[in-house]
Design a protein around this ligand. Structure first.
Ligand code: FAD
Length: 554
């Protein structure tokens, strides 16, 4: 079962510690840019990455159809105008191989590779109050110390398996979408089961259906999906955006979701049904994540307004799917539109018109167990040559929880977070000095074009480190009051919306036992940036800054 996530490897040897100014955990979009900026500050920094290549999400998620849902020219770094001009994106929405090529290019172009250790997983991080340094241990037995640790471990990197007994019993092929492996995997002539209809399932199912002899899709919760309208980029439009990139980047930074879009000013329920239908149709045809939800101000706030958008999408499903019962099973009814991550697809709903594709509604007939040859639900037994897990991630906290992070008193971050994650600005935690999380819980992160949010956090962390060095500080630690007030603010803003009504991974609901907390910050990318800038301008209000001589007093 090489494609499903494996646990931490054994600690095999003990070597002398290497000493750094900063260690960055993770070589995805966030880690690569963080290394670039820390080097510019003159820090001796190193990335430790579990994978055997850079790219993070785009290294791991190689399933068929894997593609970004933010347009390629926006889902790209803005820090280097030269890079922006050189790189040629080929499609409206970039494929996983194209983004991975881009990130490998970035690593080489900026000579980052020499400071990246691959195939090495950080298993623990322990802070020492007296020296203001962290000691990190890895699964290869190496140890390193660093003044600063930056967790660039990813919001969606800790993949999860379905909670179904007997997985080890099943003898057929098993593939997890987030651990796909580098070799091409095909399903020609096979009987295939796919578990999960989130974004990864919705992207891969149409392609697997074309190859497989027979495909059974196991769906627990149907999702709202909109057609991506993907297409090759025209040379003219690429040239036009390249010519105006600076203004576009600025618009991204001040926007709500890191994707420039007009702000809604009208209320859905104030419009006539005909006006609403016309506006939703125009948004639908744009083929993006933000237009439909952005049609009216009340869609994410008022359940009745939301229902008008939800019903519009359901009408589209009914128009495509021939069998009315299948169309109804595919129609989301248990959560408001937009409160689970909506998906963009290419031919998803039409796939269920194929004679070789079958849909199993797990709310009616739950999965009971794996058998040697397949899966058993409460109603039937299914035999498969291959099973695909499109079962997602322990989002936002999973990768951090997998590392034993302890402060100077031996207190673990996991124990502090038992009732839900607590951060200041999603970037730092009280009691854990000089430890930073890029797009951590409590920041816009997964509710935004993540490249925009990643760049903002990376630049902010770099500025803070530069400030500490310039002013002779050894350590920065968030105060308990600042953290408490931010946690309260994040929850309050979230509670003004419909998001808490959904059993979503935004709420931790996909992981049994995970506290039910709205994890990201919904206040908007632009407003969040402004708040972060104010904190920096005030000399880092909310942080206690300590000089070396003050450390022992902690
Ligand atoms: C299938 C999929 C589609 C997505 N589509 C979009 C999209 O359309 N738009 C969007 O904005 N975002 C999207 N995302 C979110 C995506 O994760 C971010 O856009 C971005 O790639 C995150 O970059 P990162 O560097 O923060 O994290 P990641 O890319 O997740 O990188 C984190 C890295 O840290 C490593 N790591 C974790 N723990 C350890 C450890 N203990 N030791 C060593 N290494 C470790 C991991 O191996 C990984 O390589 C998608 C995510 C997925 C999974």
């Amino acid at each position: 079962m090489s494609q499903v996530p494996d646990g931490d490897g054994p600690v095999t040897e003990n070597r002398a510690a290497e000493n750094y100014d900063a260690v960055i955990v993770g070589a995805g979009l966030a880690g690569l840019y963080q290394l670039y900026l820390l080097r510019q500050l003159g820090l001796h920094a190193r990335i430790i990455e579990a994978a055997d290549g850079v790219g993070g999400t785009w290294f791991w998620n190689r399933y068929p159809g894997a593609r970004c849902d933010v347009q390629s020219m926006s889902y790209s770094y803005s820090f280097s105008p030269e890079l922006e001009q050189e790189w040629e994106w080929t499609e409206k929405y970039p494929t996983q191989p194209e983004i991975l090529r881009y990130l490998n290019h970035v690593a080489e172009r900026f000579d980052l590779t020499r400071d990246i250790t691959l195939s090495t997983r950080v298993v623990s991080a322990q802070y020492d109050d007296a020296t203001a340094r962290w000691t990190l241990r890895t699964d290869t037995g190496s140890t390193m110390t660093a003044q600063f640790v930056i967790m660039a471990t990813g919001c969606l990197s800790a993949s999860k398996l379905p909670e179904i007994p007997g997985l080890e019993r099943y003898r057929g092929r098993k593939h997890h979408t987030a651990r796909w492996g580098k070799e091409e995997i095909r399903f020609d002539g096979l009987r295939v089961g796919v578990i999960g209809t989130g974004s990864s399932g919705i992207q891969s199912i149409p392609i697997i259906a074309e190859q497989a002899a027979d495909l059974t899709v196991f769906q627990r919760t149907p999702n709202f999906s909109m057609p991506a309208g993907n297409r090759p980029l025209e040379p003219g439009e690429v040239a036009e955006l390249k010519a105006s990139y600076r203004g576009w980047r600025e618009a991204q930074r001040t926007s709500r979701a890191g994707i420039p879009a007009p702000e809604a000013t009208e209320f859905a329920l104030a419009a006539s049904p005909g006006e609403r239908a016309a506006r939703y149709q125009a948004a639908w045809e744009k083929g993006d994540l933000v237009s439909l939800g952005g049609c009216y101000v009340d869609i994410l706030i008022d359940p009745a307004a939301n229902e008008t958008a939800a019903e519009f999408i359901r009408s589209k499903i009914r128009a495509v799917v021939h069998d009315p019962e299948t169309a109804e099973t595919l129609s989301p009814r248990t959560f408001p539109f937009g409160t689970k991550r909506p998906c963009l697809d290419t031919g998803y709903y039409a796939t269920f018109n194929r004679p070789n594709v079958h849909l199993v509604d797990l709310r009616m007939t739950p999965l009971i167990e794996f058998t040697e040859s397949g899966l058993r639900t409460s109603a039937a037994e299914y035999e498969f040559d291959a099973v695909v897990f499109a079962t997602g991630f322990d989002a936002m906290t999973g990768a951090l929880a997998a590392i034993d992070i302890r402060n100077g008193n031996g207190l673990s971050l996991s124990s502090v977070w038992t009732a839900g994650p607590r951060t200041y600005l999603g970037v730092a935690m009280a009691g854990f000095p000089n430890l930073f999380t890029i797009t951590g819980p409590g920041s816009p992160s997964v509710l935004s074009n993540m490249v925009v949010s990643i760049e903002q956090h990376v630049e902010w962390i770099s500025d803070l480190i530069a400030y500490l060095r310039e002013h002779g500080y050894a350590a920065a630690e968030v105060t308990a009051e600042a953290e408490e007030s931010w946690v309260t603010h994040v929850a309050e803003v979230g509670s003004l919306t419909l998001f808490p009504r959904a059993n979503s991974w935004y709420m931790g609901a996909n992981v049994p036992g995970k506290p039910r907390v709205f994890l990201p910050y919904i206040g908007g990318v632009g407003a969040f940036r402004q708040k972060c800038e104010e904190v920096a301008a005030s000399g880092y209000e909310g942080f206690t800054l300590r000089r070396a001589g003050e450390l022992a007093a902690v």
